[in-house]
Design a protein around this ligand. Structure first.
Ligand SMILES: C[S@@+](CC[C@H](N)C(=O)[O-])C[C@H]1O[C@@H](n2cnc3c(N)ncnc32)[C@H](O)[C@@H]1O
Length: 352
């Protein structure tokens, strides 16, 4: 797909080393055509002109910029256009309306939720996304999140057939394999927020850590030790690679543990942690009973739960530890939309 319309325009050709100066001089006088991309050819830059090439050449030469007149093809910029603008006329109008306007980007991979009927236009949809999101190299359609590893089923639509990438959250580099591990870029703010609650010197357990975004945010910002536990070997492999990627800014220490959280808890001494993060929203509450004894008095627990309201999330936690007076819920935060009228909440507990 040609992303922008191509137009023939008069232009000047300037050496790359003087391109910045040339653009500054021409733009200051409104002599560059707006909405067209400047173009590089070998060691030169071609600049489309809103005046005669002769006038621009004279101006530039007066400022010791070597310039030659030219006439070349230029592509319109994609600025302000959405990927759906590129799909107009390429797929049936009714179908276009049913395609969402947004998609997730994980590193250089785009993941879009498509209605079944749109899958046969997957290649043009992928091209349209790559037109507007220039850093995107692969596009996948999202299927349901499945299995114990909570991995999303993906259908390749276009670009490179690759599921490994490096995603950045507030400067933290995260290795992700979108085909083999759970990762949700919409949680980036949440990862940072929870990390900001951790104090220097804490011992933290990041249970169900996935590729380890909570762990990475914590150890790159404070001297804390985090035990990061996940049953998915690919997730732990990604975390270990991320430790290498962020090695220059790591202040704390991560201990990646591949295995079942229950097995991990079985070998951990009582009162080991100042804080425990439990981000497996559907079933995390079922593990609270085993976790409580591992938290120090006055320690914290952050439990994620799917619920229709904050009260329902609170009840889910309290019902998991009936009558346990050590558990004090001091905050419930709605984190993400999950399904119609269902949300993911974080329930914050302080141990008495
Ligand atoms: C929702 S994802 C984790 C998300 C991660 N904390 C994040 O913020 O990106 C849940 C993770 O729990 C892991 N998991 C599920 N059951 C487990 C268990 N019994 N023990 C350890 N990990 C488990 C899955 O492999 C998955 O990576």
């Amino acid at each position: 797909m040609v992303c922008g319309v191509v137009r023939r325009e008069r232009c000047v050709k300037v050496p790359l080393r003087q391109a910045e100066q040339a653009l500054r001089l021409l733009r200051a006088r409104n002599l560059v055509v707006k909405g067209l991309k400047v173009r590089r050819t070998g060691d030169y830059l071609l600049i489309p002109l809103a005046c005669s090439a002769g006038n621009a050449v004279t101006l530039l030469r007066e400022h010791q910029v070597s310039a030659e007149p030219c006439e070349e093809l230029f592509e319109e910029t994609t600025l302000g256009k959405t990927f759906k603008d590129y799909l107009k006329g390429k797929i049936p109008e009714g179908l276009l309306e049913s395609i969402p306007s947004s998609y997730d980007i994980v590193g250089d991979i785009a993941i879009i939720q498509l209605p079944e009927e749109a899958l046969r236009y997957g290649d043009v949809i992928a091209e349209a996304i790559m037109c507007v999101a220039k850093n995107v190299k692969s596009v996948y359609a999202a299927g349901p999140v499945e299995g114990e590893y909570r991995v999303r089923k993906l259908i390749h639509l276009g670009g490179e057939r690759r599921t490994e990438t490096i995603h950045k959250e507030y400067g933290v580099l995260i290795r992700v394999d979108v085909g083999k591990t759970y990762y949700n870029p919409s949680l980036s703010e949440e990862h940072r927020r929870v990390a900001s609650l951790v104090s220097e010197g804490e011992d933290v357990a990041d249970l169900f850590c996935g590729v380890g975004p909570f762990t990475l945010h914590i150890i790159t910002t404070r001297k804390a030790r985090v035990f990061a536990v996940d049953i998915n070997p690919y997730a732990i492999k990604c975390l270990i690679e991320s430790l290498e990627l962020n090695s220059k800014k790591i202040k704390g220490k991560a201990v990646p543990v591949m295995g079942d959280v229950r097995d991990f808890l079985a070998v951990v001494a009582p009162a080991s942690f100042d804080r425990v993060i439990m981000n497996l929203p559907h079933v995390a509450v079922n593990f609270i009973g085993e976790v409580l004894g591992k938290v120090k008095p006055a320690g914290y627990l952050h439990v994620y739960a799917v619920a229709r309201s904050a009260d329902e999330a609170k009840d889910a936690v309290m019902n998991a530890v009936p009558g346990d007076s050590r558990v004090v819920i001091f905050n419930v935060t709605r984190v993400l939309d999950y399904a119609p009228r269902k949300f993911i909440y974080r329930v914050d507990v302080k141990m008495r």
